[in-house]
Design a protein around this ligand. Sequence first.
Ligand SMILES: CC(C)(COP(=O)(O)OP(=O)(O)OC[C@H]1O[C@@H](n2cnc3c(N)ncnc32)[C@H](O)[C@@H]1OP(=O)(O)O)[C@@H](O)C(=O)NCCC(=O)NCCS
Length: 176
Amino acid sequence: MHSPYPEGGCTDAGVRRLTHVPPAGLAAGVPDLRFTQPVDDDALKDWLHVHNVTIPAHELSLDDVRERARRHHLEVAYLGGVLVGCTTVRPPEDGTRTATVIARVLAEHRRQGIGTELHARGLFKAWELGAELIETVVLASNDSGLRFARKHGYVETERYVLPGETAEWIDMNLER
Ligand SMILES: CC(C)(COP(=O)(O)OP(=O)(O)OC[C@H]1O[C@@H](n2cnc3c(N)ncnc32)[C@H](O)[C@@H]1OP(=O)(O)O)[C@@H](O)C(=O)NCCC(=O)NCCS
């Protein structure tokens, strides 16, 4: 069963148990990359900007982000003080051990290892939160996102269109 909204979404169905989750900050090692958990409106707006630019098919409001910030672990990434990306980690809930990890990088800052670093931090946070199984969700039309997810060990589990939307989403589980 897929998520009621793609930004969160998690399921235990068909997921293999993780035996190892890489530690944070040991990925590409991009110099001057800094992270913050968005609490005040400025940081929440930065997270929102990256989300809405990278996932235009699912635009959120500031109130949506405030609500997610209470339930999810969100981070905003800055390179040399410039906004470059954000992450969502949805912790395991309802007795599951599945967390959702999503990394997003603004188009003009891609292909320099930032996505890899954000993803590694997300995995580490998910592990800290007790996850043993990891999933992500990618827009079917997003070639770079799909390539990134496959390269990092995710395997497609489900395709769907949310009620009232036209975009197709793909749920993927981390399998190695
Ligand atoms: C997926 C996404 C996060 C990748 O961000 P990114 O910062 O470009 O990721 P990376 O730089 O770590 O890796 C992307 C590519 O750049 C390459 N790369 C990394 N560092 C590099 C460098 N210094 N020089 C040249 N290429 C580099 C990687 O090898 C990878 O190559 P590939 O596409 O051939 O596999 C970004 O495209 C995005 O935000 N997409 C929309 C959201 C999404 O779909 N997220 C996926 C769910 S987790």
